[in-house]
Design a protein around this ligand. Sequence first.
Ligand SMILES: Nc1ncnc2c1ncn2[C@@H]1O[C@H](COP(=O)(O)OP(=O)(O)OP(=O)(O)O)[C@@H](O)[C@H]1O
Length: 225
Amino acid sequence: MSPLLEVRELVVCYGDFTAVDGVSFTLDAGETLALNGPSGCGKSSTAMAVLQLRRPDTGEVRFEGRELTSLTERELRPLRPRMQPVFQDPYGSLSPRHRIRDAVAEPLKVQGRWTATDGPAQVAELLDRVGLDPSYGDRHPHELSGGQCQRAGIARALALEPRLLVLDEPVSALDPSVRAGVLNLLTDLQDDLGLGYLFICHDQAVVRHFADRVLEMRNGRISCA
Ligand SMILES: Nc1ncnc2c1ncn2[C@@H]1O[C@H](COP(=O)(O)OP(=O)(O)OP(=O)(O)O)[C@@H](O)[C@H]1O
C-alpha cells in the first residue's frame, strides 16, 4: 500500500536562506510522525510546504498518490480539504468576532457542503466529537479556555473529513494540565478515523509519548530517520 504522504527532497528558501534543505519522509494513514527539533530548525516551514500553503522551491509532496507541487491552485482546491492544519495558538486560529458554531461551519460553507437542514446538526456533532457540549457553539473564542478553543479548532479541521492533519505545536500553548486531554482526543480521533498526523513539536517528552516515529530536525535537515 502506498503511503498517505510522501515527501522527497523538499527545499524551502526565504531569499538566500535555505530553511528546509532536502527533507524526505513518508507517513502512513493512521500513523503519527513527529518532526522534532529546536526553534528555527525548519519544522513549520516543512509543514507549510506539505500543505502547499507555501510552495516549496524544489522537491516533491505526494499526497494520496497525487504529486502536489506541480498542481495549479485550481487543481489543488479539491484536495485541500483532505489535508488540514491545526496551529499552536488556539485563539489566533479562530476569528474573535465569530461564534464557535460559525467557525466550525465556515469550511463547510466555503466548500459548498452546507445545507440549512443538515448543517447545524453537523456542527453539533463535530463539537460533540471533540468533547465540547454543542451549547459551546453559541460562545465566542474568548469565552472558552485555551483547551476548549483548541478542541474547537480541531472540530473545524475535521469538518471537511480530512485524511491528514498537520498539527503544528497543537498543545504547546496550553496549560500542562489540559495538554493530556487534547492529546488523548487526538489519539481517539486517529483510532476512529484512521487519520495520519504530521506532528510538529519541540517538546521531547510529548513527542516520545505521542508519536509512532520521530524525525529529528536540525538546520533544515533530518538528522536521523
Ligand atoms: N517568512 C519568512 N521569511 C524569512 N525567514 C523565515 C520566514 N519564516 C521562517 N523563516 C526562517 O526560517 C527558519 C525556519 O523557520 P521555521 O519557522 O520553519 O522553524 P521552526 O523549527 O518551526 O521554528 P519555531 O519552532 O520557532 O516555529 C528560521 O530561521 C526562520 O527565522
